[in-house]
Design a protein around this ligand. Structure first.
Ligand SMILES: NC(=O)c1ccc[n+]([C@@H]2O[C@H](COP(=O)([O-])OP(=O)(O)OC[C@H]3O[C@@H](n4cnc5c(N)ncnc54)[C@H](O)[C@@H]3O)[C@@H](O)[C@H]2O)c1
Length: 359
């Protein structure tokens, strides 16, 4: 069933894209506009043909294909795309369509928002993580000097079209990465949703509409209440303080996907919440046992802990020289602006990687 949700400046439509407002938007508002579709090589090979044949309004588009992978979420790849947009002579009235996972929608949103002081863009997420989280809410950006999302803007897409059929070609590993954000949404805002998730044997692409929609609605509600992250939107960063440091640490080593890093970050941050006596032991044990069962814990050297703690100092949420964290005090409720020490972060990493008992 096609469903449409309005989120202030942006429209989110869930369902078969051919029955959405996509074609009428292109034929109407962008009738005379140039349209460029940005994708990575995977979404080019696996999603583009299907999209073009499913909606027949994309025949007159140009495409720009960039390499996949978080290591390419950089300003230099953006520069190549901006050069191509200039070659295609895009004006401020033209349109960029981002077809891909969170990498493409984050980077494409940034590219569009900066080009000629901002052109319109539409997101068509193709990964679970993109659908449930990255493709709406207005945060766009790229990594810089090895740190996550250091350059970016708040800008909403004109619309986001979520068609779950794109998930048919998404590798199982990336399905699981998307689940990390669904789990985060449940933990910060919906205890009942968590109870449905914790009963699952596998985290597969067989996601019930109920779980999908409840997860989506948590992010939508939070963003609507605080679009520019002045306050409560920070709860969406649960798992991301430690998660982003892990992602940055592994960026130049073995690959660790964003969702996977967030799942590990949730384990560590639940440890912190437990240690600070905010989170009850039962909740702590249930969450960490479930996540450790479903998300592989990579092997690291003991010395790496100090290096990861160092990376926490580049987190965008820090202020006054202090590491700031969002963590839950019970399943379904999240606190934000919680200052945490380096020592407790290091301890949480020991728990995560070396299974040291909870102190
Ligand atoms: N802006 C936000 O609010 C927000 C929120 C969460 C995450 N993010 C960002 O999102 C990014 C992670 O997103 P992601 O997990 O989607 O990563 P991704 O975009 O790198 O996609 C993961 C992999 O799946 C491939 N892929 C995507 N769709 C496919 C499909 N349908 N079939 C086959 N392969 C497909 C991609 O090519 C890539 O190799 C990170 O950069 C993270 O910082 C942003």
């Amino acid at each position: 069933m096609n469903e449409s949700i309005a989120l202030q400046a942006e429209r989110i439509e869930v369902g078969a894209i051919e029955y959405s407002s996509f074609s009428s938007t292109i034929n109407g508002h962008y009738h005379n506009a140039k349209i460029v579709v940005l994708m990575d090589t995977n979404t080019h090979d696996l999603c583009w043909n299907w999209l073009q044949t499913t909606v027949n309004v994309l025949q007159r588009t140009q495409m720009i294909v960039v390499p996949p992978g978080e290591e390419n979420k950089t300003i230099s790849v953006c520069t190549q795309v901006w050069e191509a947009l200039l070659e295609y002579e895009l004006s401020r009235h033209d349109l960029l369509i981002n077809l891909g996972g969170g990498l493409i929608t984050d980077m494409g949103g940034f590219i569009a928002s900066v080009f000629k002081r901002g052109i319109d863009f539409i997101n068509i997420p193709t990964s679970l993580l993109g659908m449930i989280d990255a493709s709406f809410g207005g945060k766009n950006g790229v990594n810089f000097f090895g740190f996550k999302n250091q350059l970016g803007v708040f800008q909403h897409p004109i619309a986001t079209y979520i068609d779950k059929r794109f998930l048919h070609t998404l590798p199982a590993e990336h399905i699981k990465n998307g689940w990390a954000e669904i789990i985060k949404h449940a933990l910060i805002g919906d205890r009942e949703l968590w109870h449905s998730i914790v009963q699952l044997e596998t985290l597969s692409d067989d996601i019930s509409n109920d779980i999908f929609e409840r997860s989506l609605s948590i992010k939508i509600t939070v963003v609507a209440a605080d679009p520019h992250e002045r306050g409560m939107r920070k709860i969406l960063n649960f798992g991301h303080t430690i998660g982003h440091a892990l992602e940055a640490y592994f960026l130049t080593r073995q690959y660790l996907a964003h969702g996977h890093a967030v799942a590990l970050g949730i384990i560590a941050e639940c440890y912190i919440a437990r240690k600070l006596k905010k989170l009850a032991t039962d909740d702590f044990v249930q969450i960490t046992t479930f996540l450790k069962k479903h998300f592989h814990i990579p092997k690291i050297d003991h010395l790496a802990v100090a290096e990861i703690v160092q990376l926490l100092h580049s987190d965008k949420k820090n202020y006054g020289g202090q590491i700031q964290c969002a963590f839950i005090d019970k399943i379904g409720n999240c606190l934000y602006d919680q200052a945490v020490t380096e020592e407790i972060c290091a301890e949480s990493l020991q728990f995560l990687f070396f299974n040291t008992p909870e102190a």
